[in-house]
Design a binder for this molecule. Sequence first.
Ligand code: DQA
Length: 151
Amino acid sequence: MNSAHNRVAVLHGVNFDVLERRDPEVYGGLSLSELERWIQAAARELGMEAIFFQTNAEGEFAEYLHRAPELADAIVINAGAWTHYSRAIADALDVARLPAVEVHLSDVENRDDWRKESVFDGLVLAKISGKGPDGYREALERLAGELGVAT
Ligand code: DQA
């Protein structure tokens, strides 16, 4: 049992397993494992510990969120395209009842109109987009403040 309340579950949704094959102009060309290593380093600098999950199956993503309170104290969520239409994932995040920040590598406010919509509105402390990997650091900082993690 970790009593520090510093565990952050970093969740990636559909198509993040092939991140390095997605448009490098938009997503930067890095792989998910490179991104996760970068996030873990940022988390440790902030006195936090990250755990990672990715799936292309919506039901598995929901089931992970159901288990999240046993595994983590906070959530960073990048659900990919599900962000824009999956009420099921939004409901599952609501069930988790953990402080959460939504992150997008790309600038979803300035791409296709449908990407401006997020099912997580009202469920997350903040939505950070268009900052690449730095957006995850910002999310972790926000959650460290929320959890009272001292660095
Ligand atoms: C994304 C933005 C989404 O619109 C897109 O469907 C993704 C990635 C991002 O990180 O920029 O899969 O979540």
